[in-house]
Ligand binder design. Structure first.
Ligand code: ATP
Length: 456
């Protein structure tokens, strides 16, 4: 019999794993799905929460100079006039005269329809904001928009935050939330959709210090992905060309990831100068200046904006973590997810369903789940159960066997190395806590892989 060959990651493999194991489902699937909308299933929601938590921890929890915010999705329509979105947040759209497919012309290589080669209409600008109405009357006076980014909620709350926290520059305001864009072309699974989530930081600084802060955030943000286990060689920083820059932006870089379909943006980091605060001051008539106690002058802060997408980070993490290896003539699929991100941290696996064993295993399960996301699995062979956990990235399995009833010890099995150690049940929690925090890792076999490889 020929041995199967482990394959490389591909988008099809990720989509299929996500569907099969309950990470992501098509939205409204029983009605045939809704184009480019996705639902995060039981494992997906855990991974997504862990990504947000990791960002919040690095950006807000561990810093003195950044605070959080959760502003509303619907905002005063004037916000979008001030921000320039009403006028300028548009992509050029053209329709094929033969097959009637629509295209974003700035993304096309030639000037004919990529589907049938037909002639395209003259491009016209198509605004990407979703419109709806506030209240029962559907007229122009009641139009509101679903926000296309979370950033504007931060700018309009700049004074509120400063006044109530009594913070001095530099100060950042961070927010995580849904954004909506009526994209002309969507695709590549969750990479580009019309409803997505962003993690945005607006970091306000004194003019003149902006370049240093800009460089600081480029480095910080790139390191964040690396610390979460993304391979360094799959990340790159790409500076925007002059023609890509918004007219007010002084500089902008994208952090790009090498997805199976090629390099694409994960996060944008821009030096937006004083554009946003100045515009909102102008349109609202309220001063958004900052009194600089050192120079005794009123200044309008500059802002550095690292703006990341959760769904794209999710996809990048899965692509990067996906692995297949040959194990005893079978393909072992595994996700080398950082324990901090893994949807399930520990699986409790009793060797049999016998009552006395189940009782001991259930006791351990009840104890551990007070601290972590833990699952309990007693169906099928132990080998099958290990595989199921490997495939969803569970870093540790705890096996309870008949010996455990006598010696009060259990086996911890590690996902990446498949190493096993025996530990006393009363030390299980502290041992797992150390392993999950990365302080105490198994010794690697030669060539073994583990999530904590320093990627210098
Ligand atoms: P793109 O050029 O890919 O359309 P963008 O430059 O318009 O993206 P930004 O406005 O900089 O994107 O938004 C910041 C981040 O929000 C992006 O880096 C991305 O991670 C996320 N994002 C933007 N649009 C979408 C979308 N349609 N679907 C999923 N994530 C998105």
């Amino acid at each position: 019999m020929t041995k199967p060959t482990p394959a490389k990651v591909s988008m099809e493999k990720i989509v299929s794993l996500c569907r099969r194991r309950g990470f992501i489902f098509p939205s409204s699937e029983i009605y045939g799905g809704l184009s480019s909308c996705w639902d995060y299933g039981p494992l997906g929601v855990e991974l997504k929460r862990n990504i947000k938590q990791a960002w919040w921890q690095a950006i807000v929890q561990e810093r003195d100079d950044i605070v959080g915010l959760d502003s509303s999705i619907l905002m005063h329509p004037r916000v979008w006039e001030a921000s320039g979105h009403l006028e300028g947040f548009a992509d050029p759209l053209a329709e094929c005269k033969s097959c009637h497919q629509r295209w974003r012309t700035d993304e096309l290589e030639g000037d004919s329809c990529p589907a049938c080669g037909g002639e395209l209409t003259e491009p016209r600008l198509f605004n990407l904001m979703f419109k709806t109405f506030m209240g029962p009357i559907e007229d122009e006076a009641n139009v509101v928009y679903l926000r296309p980014e979370t950033a504007q909620g931060i700018f309009v709350n700049f004074s509120n935050v400063l006044d109530t926290t009594r913070k001095k520059l530099p100060i950042g305001i961070a927010q995580i939330g849904k954004s909506f864009r009526n994209e002309i072309t969507t695709g590549n699974f969750i990479f580009r959709s019309r409803e997505f989530e962003q993690m945005e930081l607006e970091f306000f600084v004194k003019p003149g210090t902006d370049e240093d802060w800009f460089n600081y955030w480029l480095e910080e943000r790139r390191n964040w992905y690396i610390k979460l286990g993304i391979k360094k060689e799959n990340l790159r920083l790409r500076q925007h060309m002059k023609h890509e820059l918004a007219h007010y932006a002084l500089d902008c870089y994208d952090i790009e990831y090498q997805f199976p379909m090629g390099w694409a943006e994960l996060e944008g980091i821009a030096n937006r100068a004083d554009f946003d605060l100045s515009q909102h001051a102008k349109y609202s008539g309220k001063s958004l200046a900052y009194y600089d106690e050192d120079t005794k002058e009123q200044i309008v802060p500059y802002v550095i904006e690292p703006s990341a997408g959760i769904d794209r980070t999710f996809l990048a993490l899965l692509c990067d973590a996906y692995d297949e290896e040959l194990d005893k003539d079978e393909i072992r699929v595994l996700l080398h997810l950082h324990p901090k991100l893994a949807p399930i941290k520990i699986a409790i696996l009793p060797l049999s369903r016998r009552e006395n064993l189940a009782q001991a295993a259930r006791g351990i399960y009840a104890d551990l789940r007070q601290c972590w996301a833990v699952s309990y699995d007693d169906a099928q062979s132990i080998g099958r159960r290990y595989r199921r956990q490997d495939e969803i990235g569970t870093p540790f399995c705890v096996t309870v066997d008949f010996e455990s009833l006598k010696d009060k010890q259990v086996t911890i099995r590690e996902r990446d190395t498949m190493n096993q150690i025996r530990v006393p049940i009363k030390e299980l929690k502290t041992t797992l806590a150390a392993k999950l925090s990365g302080e105490d890792l198994f010794v690697l076999p030669p060539g073994g892989k583990i999530w904590k490889v320093e990627r210098e």
